[in-house]
Ligand binder design. Structure first.
Ligand SMILES: C[S@@+](CC[C@H](N)C(=O)[O-])C[C@H]1O[C@@H](n2cnc3c(N)ncnc32)[C@H](O)[C@@H]1O
Ligand SMILES: Nc1nc2[nH]cc(C(=O)O)c2c(=O)[nH]1
Ligand code: SF4
Ligand SMILES: [Mg+2]
Length: 216
């Protein structure tokens, strides 16, 4: 059998800056390439280039940090055909594996053990039409849904979707955060409190700590 490989932008060890494992030491595997173009994307450097690595090379690099948590991100990880197999290989090694995804591609075939963090793209992202709503039925109480808010209109849209799809009842956490530098964190926090929204508000911890430097 030929060995499977994936295209990788970076593998690094840092503190989880997002999701409900925020603050936990985590290895990040950032896969190259994304078919979306969210206006706020902070990972454009992962759109092109990258290095093709065999699964063994990826697994060895991850193991060199002896992590408990591994976060597979990108780019859009699900845009590479071998990502589901890589996720399973990471689970087999005993890591607690999470997947950061736009949910624009089907999540069918993703290992049950993987915690899926699916970003529902808002109108303000410019990619709302890419949301694959059928993915919602593949999420369960261990998974998370995320809204990155660019404006008051985005906030109102998120509120509607929360209600329409009963999102808070489907997943472990619905996360809401400001698009960095676009909406004031305080403003978004006030809206959430005012409306008693069933969400977990968050700021990207790594940006507060390390100022958006790649590799953190
Ligand atoms: C870079 S993306 C990679 C995974 C996948 N492509 C996605 O969009 O979920 C990881 C997460 O960072 C978020 N993100 C990207 N740029 C951001 C910004 N400027 N402010 C806040 N969150 C941002 C995305 O919305 C997404 O939830
Ligand atoms: N520290 C840190 N935490 C993160 N959580 C999700 C990230 C991502 O880019 O997907 C990320 C990232 O780039 N850095
Ligand atoms: S889907 Fe993710 S990686 Fe792709 S452009 Fe949007 S935020 Fe960036
Ligand atoms: Mg990031």
């Amino acid at each position: 059998m030929t060995e499977l490989s994936v295209k990788i932008t970076e593998i690094f060890y840092s503190l989880q800056g997002e999701s409900n494992t925020v603050g936990l030491p985590t290895v990040f595997v950032r896969l190259t390439g994304c078919p979306l173009r969210c206006g706020y994307c902070d990972s454009e450097y992962a759109f092109y280039g990258g290095t093709r690595m065999s699964f063994d090379e990826v697994l060895d690099k991850v193991a060199s940090y002896s992590p408990r948590y591994v976060c597979v991100t990108g780019g859009e990880p699900m845009a590479q055909k071998h990502t589901p197999a890589l996720l399973t290989a990471l689970c087999e090694r005993g890591y607690q594996v999470s997947l950061e995804t736009s949910g624009a591609m089907t999540l069918e075939g993703v290992d049950e053990r993987v915690v899926k963090v699916m970003d529902l793209k808002t109108p303000g992202s410019g990619e709302v039409q890419r949301n694959l709503w059928s993915n919602l039925k593949l999420l369960d109480g261990r998974d998370q849904i995320k809204f990155v808010i660019c404006s008051r209109e985005d906030y109102q849209w998120a509120k509607l979707k929360l209600d329409e799809y009963k999102l808070a009842e489907r997943v472990g956490d619905v996360l809401i955060s400001p698009s960095f530098g676009q909406v004031s964190p305080r403003q978004l926090a006030d809206w959430v409190v005012e409306d008693n929204l069933p969400v977990r508000f968050q700021l990207q911890l790594h940006k507060l700590l390390w100022d958006d430097t790649p590799g953190h």
